[in-house]
Design a protein around this ligand. Sequence first.
Ligand code: RB5
Length: 147
Amino acid sequence: MEKVVLANDHGAVDLAAAIRKHLESRGFEVCHLGVFTEESVDYPDMAQKAVEEFRRGGYAFGVLCCGTGIGISVAANKMKGIRCALPQNIFAARMCREHNDANFIAFGGRIDYPEPPLAMLDAYIDASFQGGRHARRVEKMMALEGR
Ligand code: RB5
């Protein structure tokens, strides 16, 4: 069974629960690190927890959620080896895997998406990295780390 790590702040409790349920219905084992209530937490802490768990190995990808998806994705992208995408719609969700080889995907619990976020997640899951010229660009992107 493929594993996914999931973490969220208080701005996305309901969305994260829906994502967890959806992932489980698709046959993934989900390591959900919380949070589970609307008591305020800091999104960088949740991003850090998720990335540290991801680095333990065996995860297909990670999902991060906060109010907008912005803070938690920016925080995750500060950590080495992470490419966390924050797609706007189904097309971008597919492309972030095909072109950017995103290993995390983020969503905003307070965002009114033009398409259902669970359909965006499906597009990401069902896509594959295309390699080729995109591999060169991903390598260049990762070479920017720490500069
Ligand atoms: C928390 O209020 C909020 O700032 C957070 O969930 C997220 O939207 C930050 O980017």
